[in-house]
Every structure is written in structure tokens, then in C-alpha cells.
Design a protein around this ligand. Structure first.
Ligand code: GTP
Length: 510
């Protein structure tokens, strides 16, 4: 699978491969960013902050309860200040709701709502409590001394003025009232309320027997008792309702939900941290692998480059060698094309070329070009007698000996077989030319032995010449033909001599 994938990637065009690599890097980077964000999802600092806020909320709630309790037992005045903690608690709740992304959890939202509702209910109940508690406290504080005061009065002049029977009865009623009110205050009940109501009715019925000052005090006591009768159960009910709001339970639930959500978030965070670690390790391995591949590629490229350079140098060397070889071969071919292989003399083609140039020069300078057509005499006999090799040797010896006697600017060519041509340039006189012909004849005759065999050869020479522009105009072929013809005449004349063509041109002085 991986191999197939690698093969398909390798078959892509370089531009496509580059695009693919770009997309891959982008995907890897996005995945890294995703894992990083997920692994940083839950912040322990936020959790601490939330827990501190929750603790403060609990503390404030407890203080709230303590204030209510103090008001209940009369150790603190009841009033609107009983709800003093509430604004701060609401602030804390709002802060908790905004502080963390975890606050979006449905369970936490439900716990918030529950706590908010509980606080609202408790606030209303405490407000009612604050309204009812002061008159009850006043009545409770007022009643015992008021009863004691009345009893003192009854024991004095006021008691003396009323019939003793009625005084004793009122005193007993007051005692009973105090006792029952104390019991009622501790634990209000319908039975006790009925009993107190009876006592109050009894006291009210006795008012007729006492002075207005005593009656006024009796009314005040009755009124205070009735306030206690009315407010005491109300306050108890309110306290029970306040207790039932159970803000602490809502706080507990909120704390629990926060903890659970945080724990889940932390678990997710830890899991993603693990993924992130594994992914980072994988990326490192990938990076190292890519680095090694890159290094290998560079090394291979370097090696290939080195080899290519060496091959190139080698090729250049071989090309240079081959060029030199070809040049040498070309020169050799050129030489072969221009020279006779047996004697090393120039051949017919080269002679014609040189003759053309010499004629052109003679035309320009008005000089004389002389051509001597040489054909050996008796050469066939050498071949026939001593063989072809000896014949070759004789031809070589003839070539060398005649060449030795010529000037550097003169030319000696072998046309083939036993035919040679001498070309002389800028010949000053006819005599001079004939001297050269004679020397050539002598040189040829001087070849008397070859390869240990006696030979006897001579030569017949036909001479032609061309002078100046007019001579040059006749052309090389004509000059050669004239010399050939003269040579033929020399043969006819008995061989071993030279004959000058009748068309030969010389300087006038000659
Ligand atoms: N050894 C050798 N013989 C050659 C070569 N080329 C031609 N020949 C021979 O040279 C001879 C030339 O013939 P001829 O010119 O008739 O012989 P010759 O004896 O000189 O007779 P005349 O020219 O009539 O005096 C022939 O036998 C050719 O075969 C060559 O390259 N080497």
C-alpha cells in the first residue's frame, strides 16, 4: 500500500509533487494546532479560581444563615441588612458563569439556575422574616417585665383597691400566660395557641374589676401576647422555608458539577497531551527521515555530479584525442590524396594544382614554367627479371636521386607506372632547363643496382614550357600534353634523350 502510494507520488510531475507536499505540510500543521489547542483546553488556574469563588459563596451563605439565626434569638437586629451578602453572592455567581468555557456545560447551567432560584427565594423569605421578626422580638422582650411590673402593682395599692379574690385570679392568669408564652415561643403549637387564647380571654374578662391604669397595662400585655401568638409560628414557618431553600445544596451541586466538568476536561487534556506527544514524536521521526533522505539525495547528486564531471573530462579528453586522430588521419588522407604512396612524391592531382598556380604566377610576373615528362626506359625488364619489389625499389631510387638534384621550389611528381614529371618555376634560360634535364637523365642512369640485382635503366624526357600571360593561358593540361608528346618523340629518337617541344616558350634573350 505504502509502496504503491510512493510509486504514484514518484510518478507525479515535480510541480504536482510540490503542491502535494504543500498540502501535506498544511494538514500536518493544522493537526498539530488542533492537538495543541485541545491539550491546553482545561486550565487548572481557572479551576482554582472557580473553587475559591464557590468557597466564598458558601461562606457568605453561612454568614447569611448566621445573621438570620442571630435575629431569631434576638442577638442581632433584624432588617434589610439581613440580605447584605446577597449582592456579592450575585456578583460571584455571575463571575462563575462567565469565567470558564466549562460554564457552558448543561449540568453546570442547571446547577446555576438552581442556585439562582434558591437565592431569589431565600431573599424573599428573608425579607419577610425581616419584616415580622422586629415586632415579635419587641413583644417577647416586652412581655416578661410588663407582667412582672403589673404583678408588683397588684401587690401594692392597686391590689388593695380590688377584691383579693380577683387579684389572686389575675395573678394566676398572668403566671399561666408567662409560662405558656415561654413554651409557645420555644415550640409553637395549635394546642398551646388555644390555651394562650383562653388565658388572654380570661385576663380581658377581668379588666372590669381593675382601675384604668391596670387595665391599660393588661391591654398592653394582651396585645404583646397576641403579637407573639401571631408572629411566632409565622417566623418559624419562614425559618423552615428559608432552611428549605437549601442554597448550600445548590452550592454543593454547582461545586460537584464544576469538579466533574473540570475532571472530564482535564482527562481530555491529558489524552490530547498524549496524542500531541506521540504526534510530535512522529513529526520528529518524519523530519529526521526527510533529513536523511535529503542528505542522501544531496550525496547521490554530489556523486553523480562528480561522476558526470569525470565522464565529461574523460569525454573531452577522448574527443580531443579523437579530434587529433581525425586530424592526423585527415592530414594523412590529404597527403595520400596529394602524394604517391610508393615514392612519397606528389601525384598527378597535386602536380596539376601546383602547375596551375605556377602558371598564374608566371602570367603575373612574366616568368617561364618548364615541364619535363619523364618515362623510364627498360623498366619493364627490371620487373620481369627481378620482380615487382625490385621494380618498386628502382622507382624509389629514381625518385630520390632526381629529387636530390632539384631546388626546393622545383617539384617532382610521379604520375604512375614509370612516369615522372619535373616542374621548374622562374627558369631564367632554356639552357638552364636543359641542364636540369640532363642531370635528371644522369641521375636515372646512375641507378645500376637494386636489391643486390644489376639493373640498367635510362629515361626519355619530353620538355615543354610556358611563358608569361600567353603561356599561362594555354593551361596546365596543354602543357602536360606537349611534354608527353615531346617525351614520345624522345622515345622515337632512340630513348635515353630529351626532346624540347616545338611549342616551348622561353625568354627572348634565350
Ligand atoms: N614494379 C612496378 N612496376 C610497375 C608499376 N607501375 C607500372 N609498372 C610496370 O612498369 C612497366 C612499364 O612498362 P613500359 O613503360 O612499357 O616498360 P619499358 O620497359 O620502360 O618500355 P618503354 O617505356 O617502351 O621504354 C610495366 O611492366 C608495368 O607493369 C609499379 O608501381 N611498380
Amino acid at each position: 500500500m505504502v509502496a504503491v502510494l510512493a510509486q504514484r507520488v514518484a510518478s507525479l510531475k515535480p510541480r504536482r509533487r510540490l503542491q502535494l507536499a504543500g498540502v501535506l505540510v498544511l494538514v500536518l500543521a493544522l493537526l498539530l494546532a488542533f492537538l495543541y489547542i485541545r491539550s491546553d483546553a482545561a486550565d487548572p488556574e481557572v479551576r482554582n479560581d472557580v473553587m475559591l469563588n464557590l468557597r466564598e459563596l458558601e461562606k457568605l451563605d453561612a454568614e447569611w444563615d448566621a445573621n438570620i439565626l442571630r435575629a431569631h434569638i434576638g442577638r442581632a437586629p433584624a432588617g434589610p441588612h439581613l440580605n447584605n451578602q446577597l449582592p456579592r453572592m450575585r456578583d460571584l455567581l455571575t463571575h462563575l458563569g462567565e469565567a470558564t468555557p466549562e460554564s457552558d456545560s448543561p449540568a453546570i447551567r442547571a446547577a446555576y439556575t438552581q442556585l439562582g432560584d434558591a437565592l431569589q427565594r431565600k431573599e424573599l423569605l428573608v425579607a419577610q422574616f425581616a419584616r415580622h421578626n422586629p415586632p415579635l422580638r419587641e413583644a417577647l422582650v416586652f412581655l416578661p417585665p410588663a407582667v412582672a411590673d403589673l404583678k408588683t402593682e397588684l401587690g401594692g395599692i392597686e391590689g388593695a383597691l380590688a377584691p383579693a379574690r380577683l387579684v389572686v385570679r389575675l395573678d394566676a392568669s398572668l403566671n399561666a400566660l408567662l409560662t405558656e408564652i415561654l413554651r409557645y415561643n420555644a415550640a409553637p403549637s395549635a394546642a398551646l395557641a388555644g390555651r394562650i387564647d383562653e388565658i388572654l380571654g380570661d385576663i380581658a374578662a377581668q379588666e372590669i374589676a381593675f382601675s384604668p391604669a391596670v387595665v391599660e397595662k393588661m391591654d398592653a400585655i394582651i396585645q404583646a401576647a397576641r403579637v407573639i401568638l401571631e408572629k411566632r409560628p409565622l417566623e418559624n414557618r419562614l425559618e423552615m422555608q428559608i432552611a428549605a431553600t437549601s442554597t448550600d445544596a445548590a452550592l454543593d451541586r454547582l461545586g460537584r458539577e464544576f469538579n466533574r466538568t473540570f475532571d472530564t476536561a482535564l482527562a481530555v487534556r491529558e489524552r490530547y497531551r498524549g496524542y500531541l506527544f506521540a504526534y510530535s514524536a512522529l513529526l520528529l521521526v518524519l523530519l529526521a527521515y526527510s533529513g536523511v533522505r535529503l542528505w542522501r539525495s544531496y550525496r547521490i547528486i554530489g556523486e553523480v555530479n562528480h561522476r558526470l564531471q569525470a565522464a565529461n573530462e574523460n569525454l573531452e579528453l577522448r574527443v580531443a584525442e579523437r579530434t587529433a586522430e581525425l586530424e592526423a588521419q585527415s592530414k594523412q588522407l590529404e597527403r595520400l590524396a596529394q602524394h604517391d604512396s610508393l615514392t612519397g612524391l606528389i601525384n598527378y592531382r597535386q602536380l596539376t594544382r601546383l602547375l596551375e598556380r605556377a602558371l598564374a604566377r608566371a602570367g603575373r610576373r612574366d616568368t617561364v614554367v618548364v615541364l619535363m615528362f619523364i618515362d623510364l626506359d627498360g623498366f619493364k625488364a627490371v620487373n620481369d627479371t627481378w620482380g615487382h619489389a625490385t621494380g618498386d625499389l628502382v622507382l624509389q631510387m629514381v625518385a630520390r636521386r632526381v629529387q636530390d638534384k632539384l631546388r626546393a621550389e622545383d617539384a617532382l611528381a610521379r604520375l604512375g607506372g614509370d612516369e615522372f614529371v619535373i616542374m621548374l618555376e622562374e627558369v631564367a634560360s632554356r639552357e638552364g632547363a636543359l641542364r636540369v634535364a640532363q642531370i635528371a637523365l644522369d641521375q636515372i642512369r646512375s641507378v645500376t643496382e637494386a636489391d643486390g640485382h644489376p639493373v640498367s635503366i635510362s629515361a626519355s624526357i619530353g620538355i615543354s614550357s610556358a611563358r608569361g600571360h600567353a603561356g599561362a593561358a594555354r593551361g596546365s593540361a596543354a602543357l602536360l600534353a606537349e611534354a608527353d608528346k615531346a617525351m614520345y618523340e624522345a622515345k622515337q629518337a632512340g630513348k635515353g634523350v630529351f626532346v624540347v617541344s616545338s611549342q616551348a616558350q622561353w625568354h627572348t634573350a634565350s
